[in-house]
Design a protein around this ligand. Structure first.
Ligand SMILES: [Zn+2]
Ligand SMILES: [Zn+2]
Length: 151
């Protein structure tokens, strides 16, 4: 039997000492499938459809534990710095729409040469990097620009 991503997350939560309840399961399912960045209130509103007795505190706590586990990450948007998304896996980076929060992941950044140069210039031993691209997804781009590009 293959373990689904949801089951894997729930197992990790349980190992962290969180009891698996209906509301927690609903939050995990939501975050595993989310392709848009969500803030805790978004998560609360959506999860409440499934579990009307959902508490906002449960949402905050569950997101915090998931974030500690590295399963979700906080993403920074211009107008909202408390949005969450499934964490990038392996060496993936996040691409996020600054208008609607739609997310995509990409890999294959070519930073080796740049990092080497910066390391030599600064004397730092560089251990990692954090990269997030932002822009407008296809449905948020003004139609006018798309037409101009097509001409
Ligand atoms: Zn968008
Ligand atoms: Zn990278």
């Amino acid at each position: 039997m293959t373990v689904t991503e949801t089951e894997r997350w729930l197992e990790l939560l349980e190992q962290k000492g969180s009891r698996i309840t209906g509301p927690r399961k609903a939050i995990v399912e939501l975050m595993v499938d989310a392709d848009h960045a969500l803030n805790p209130v978004d998560v609360f509103d959506r999860a409440r459809v499934k579990y009307p007795k959902m508490g906002l505190v449960t949402v905050y706590r569950t997101l915090e534990v998931l974030s500690d586990l590295g399963l979700v990450e906080r993403v920074h948007q211009a107008d909202d710095c408390h949005m969450y998304l499934r964490a990038a896996q392996g060496h993936e980076h996040l691409l996020i729409c600054s208008c609607c929060g739609k997310a995509a992941y990409f890999s294959g950044d070519d930073l080796g040469m740049l990092i080497q140069r910066i390391s030599m210039e600064s004397g730092f031993s560089i251990q990692g990097h954090w990269l997030q691209l932002q822009g407008l997804c296809q449905s948020c781009q003004p139609k006018k620009i798309q037409t101009q590009q097509g001409e």
